[in-house]
Design a protein around this ligand. Structure first.
Ligand code: C5P
Length: 407
């Protein structure tokens, strides 16, 4: 997806072994439709060569403030004026200290200082040894660069090149791309707490077996990501799926519908938007055997009976908070035919302001989907597109309805 189409990123590399990951980050930005101008410090050149970065960005790399290629001999001015953002990845402890002091004795720090501060954001991906990261000087400097207007993207945790384990690793290139993309998204849901359920549920029969369905969770995870991009604080209640948690989203893993109900009701107490995308099992086995149900060789099959699961969406929609107009509820409907009629009827039955219909067999497990939005006044089709694109459009639709949904 061309998430960064039209964006020009100045990618600054400072001295750290994480420079090897910057090559991949550069590639990912270009693949996402952005253009990249690389600037490297002398220390960064010890870890990776400008040749590599030139090949991946398709532009010659700048390393010196005395670069005579610029007719006015002012690369620090020219490069920063063209940028939609400056991304420092990796940003070393030393470089953070330089930013705090407003140093300007080499090109990259000079360019950061000279950037138009209101127009060209500065994003920092720190990378260093865990002791350096935890040191009060580094933490103090990070607070100061953030107070001076930079966005600190955080660090990863784990095995470090020095052999130690802890915080301070540079985020992975894909995580950085997700953060950079989110940074540019309009903050339509700033100040909102959004709760979303996703995936199937698993209803145990015995310790080995259970009943579930083919929901992949992709739509709900895309919604969680799009909501975070739009500035919401996001809680994702996920059934058993193998999908990575979107950046900046807090995830609660559950198994059965009853677990999902409990986790959802708890999180709904402080949420302002609830989106139910989970394919909750309608029924669960009436009894749960503590031990494996065994074949006895007689050819007799076990007599299974079921009870109906709680309707999570209905329970949330009926809650005091939703009824008081403090929680905007959105439901999904997976149908196999007559989508418009079923979706309209389901919206009324659940008593919610917005219902999103889709055709079950055309969405389960797929990366693409098509949606039908039904509210009290109108219906609107969102044509087939990647789930993340649809999720972003859905956030815009929800944001537009929030101010007057009770009217
Ligand atoms: O009633 P039906 O299952 O068709 O409704 C689908 C909508 O209700 C979806 O938003 C789904 O997440 C939600 N739902 C629920 N709990 C259930 C069944 C459905 O939250 N037990």
């Amino acid at each position: 997806m061309q998430d960064l189409a039209g964006k020009h990123i100045v990618l600054g590399l400072t001295g750290g072994i994480a420079c090897y990951k910057s090559a991949e980050l550069c590639r990912l930005i270009v693949k996402a439709g952005g253009t990249v101008q690389v600037v490297m410090t002398e220390a960064a050149e010890q870890f990776i060569t400008p040749v590599t970065m030139q090949a991946l960005s398709g532009r010659t790399v700048y390393t010196s403030q005395w670069d005579a290629r610029e007719p006015n001999n002012m690369p620090h001015i020219n490069l920063s004026r063209e940028a939609d953002a400056i991304v420092l990845a990796p940003c070393s402890a030393d470089f953070i200290a330089r930013l705090v002091q407003g140093r300007a004795d080499e090109l990259l720090s000079l360019m950061c200082l000279a950037r138009p501060i209101d127009r060209v954001p500065l994003l920092i991906a720190p990378a260093m040894n865990r002791e350096m990261w935890a040191h009060p000087a580094t933490q103090r400097n990070l607070m100061q660069v953030a107070a001076d207007g930079a966005t600190v993207l955080g660090v990863g945790s784990g095995w470090q090149a020095c052999g130690e384990t802890g915080d301070g690793r540079m985020l992975e290139p894909a995580q950085l791309l997700e953060d950079i993309t989110a940074f540019f998204a309009p903050k339509l849901l700033a100040g909102h707490k959004l709760l979303v359920t996703a995936g199937p549920t698993f209803e145990p029969l015995d310790p080995i077996r259970g009943i579930t369905n083919h929901s992949s969770g992709k739509m709900g995870f895309a919604i969680a990501r799009a909501a975070r991009e739009a500035g919401a604080e996001v809680t994702l209640v996920a059934g058993p799926v193998h999908l990575p948690t979107p950046r900046g989203v807090s995830r609660i893993d559950v198994l059965s519908a009853e677990d999902m109900l409990e986790a959802t009701l708890r999180a709904a107490r402080s949420a302002s938007i609830f989106i139910a995308t989970a394919a909750v099992a309608d029924w669960r086995p009436a009894t749960h055997s503590e031990q494996k149900i065994k074949k006895d060789g007689s050819g007799k099959t076990p007599a299974l009976s079921f009870v109906e699961n709680p309707d999570i969406l209905l329970a949330v929609a009926k809650s005091e908070r939703a009824q008081a107009g403090k929680l905007f509820c959105v439901g999904f409907a997976a149908e196999s035919e007559n989508l418009v009629e079923h979706a309209k009827a389901k919206r009324e039955r659940k008593g919610i302001p917005l219902l999103v219909g889709n055709i079950g067999p055309l969405t389960f497990g797929q990366d693409d989907n098509a949606l039908l939005l039904v509210d009290a006044k109108s219906t609107r089709e969102l044509p087939r597109a990647p789930k993340l694109t649809l999720a972003r459009e859905l956030m815009t639709e929800i944001a537009a309805r929030l101010p007057d949904w009770r009217v």
